[in-house]
Design a protein around this ligand. Structure first.
Ligand code: KG4
Ligand code: ZN
Length: 341
């Protein structure tokens, strides 16, 4: 079975071809960072237009590179949601049209499930049951998953997502977009002893998160300094990152104790953060649990995760419809469990 994956939910066009026997045959990614950087965040209309420009040429190139002809493909998977509606519609229209022309099924994939299933692309995919920590620019969620495709929400952010908080704090510090990698880089030069940022919602029980207070704390800290030096910025970046990381780790520890599960998968753009990876690794040692994360290149948006999810959701292939569906919002708990083909 060979599947083409198309990801266009936000500011990256991701294309991939995955084969169930040979694994990932190839993938390509086009980031729109240069287009949106000047605005400090994603401009939805510009994102849609760029996906339109890139998508078909990237599919052509990847098919040529992997020597895949249309008749070699068994299905097409595209991101149906959640995400920016115009951007999603580009991928959905292209996937449906190619599927129709080539006479193969096209199926819509949940973006966050794609992130989670990116861990299937590693040499040792996680066994179930597991706790899933999904941390991206739009979502921060802890899920309990007893089998593939079945999710129970343990907790989520009541306001900003973790990645969004990184992006907003970076903007305040005058750093580039996306803010997560910028803060992570600057934090390496920062002194962790200088500022003490709060660990929101950790004093009370529960698994929900709140990150918007950290953004305000960043602003107040900056204002209290008056003139801000490069070292000040690095110290703030460090304090901010330490606070986000420790907060996430505290909630993960609670999720592990609550579920009794011994596997934790982290996924989504923020899972590329090395401090978070190191802190979760320590948590894993403390509780004798295994922490799984996708390869760094598959933490942020990519087509490979959509292709893999499409292959795992083979039971949907015969439920093909030709509606061009896109969903800006789509709770993951609404998904049907994945049935083996
Ligand atoms: O999963 P993703 O590529 O797109 C969404 O589905 O939202 O995640 C993007 C988010 C951005 O907010 C970005 O700042 C954050 O992931 N991010 C990071 C790092 N790399 C990307 N946050 C912290 N540290 C990083 N190294
Ligand atoms: Zn994403």
């Amino acid at each position: 079975m060979r599947i083409l994956g198309i990801e266009t939910s936000c500011d990256e066009t991701g294309i991939a071809i995955y084969d169930d026997q040979q694994g990932l045959l190839g993938h390509s990614l086009h980031s729109q960072i240069d287009i949106h950087a000047a605005y400090g965040g994603v401009v939805p209309e510009l994102a849609s237009r760029d996906h339109i420009r890139r998508c078909l040429p990237m599919i052509d190139d990847l098919m040529a590179q992997t020597r895949t002809k249309p008749e070699d493909l068994d299905a097409i998977a595209f991101t149906e949601g959640p995400g920016l509606i115009g951007a999603l519609l580009v991928g959905a229209s292209i996937a449906r049209s190619l599927g129709y022309a080539w006479g193969i099924p096209s199926i819509g994939i949940h973006h966050m499930e794609g992130h989670l299933l990116a861990s299937e692309l590693t040499d040792s995919p996680p066994p179930y049951p597991l706790v899933a920590l999904l941390v991206s620019g739009g979502h921060t969620q802890l899920m309990a998953s007893t089998r593939p495709g079945h999710y129970e929400l343990l907790g989520e952010s009541v306001d900003d997502a973790a990645g969004e908080a990184f992006d907003k704090a970076a903007k305040m510090l005058g750093l580039g977009y996306p803010g997560g990698p910028e803060i992570a880089k600057l934090a390496l030069l920062g002194n962790s002893e200088r500022f003490d940022f709060p660990r929101p919602m950790t004093k009370k029980p529960g698994l929900d998160f709140s990150f918007s207070g950290l953004k305000t704390h960043t602003l107040i800290t900056l204002q209290s300094l008056g003139t801000v030096t490069d070292q000040d910025k690095a110290d703030i970046a460090r304090a901010f990152q330490d606070a986000v990381v420790e907060t996430i780790v505290i909630k993960c520890e609670r999720a592990i104790l609550q579920t009794g599960f011994s596997e934790l998968v982290m996924a989504g753009g923020v899972s590329a953060n090395l401090e978070l990876r190191a802190a979760l690794a320590k948590l894993g040692q403390k509780h004798h649990i295994t922490i799984h994360y996708p390869d760094l290149k598959f933490c942020t948006d990519n087509g490979a995760m959509i292709a893999v999810a499409g292959l795992m959701r083979q039971s949907l292939w015969d439920k093909q419809n030709w509606r061009i569906d896109a969903r800006a919002r789509w709770p993951m708990i609404e998904l049907e469990p994945i049935r083996s083909p």
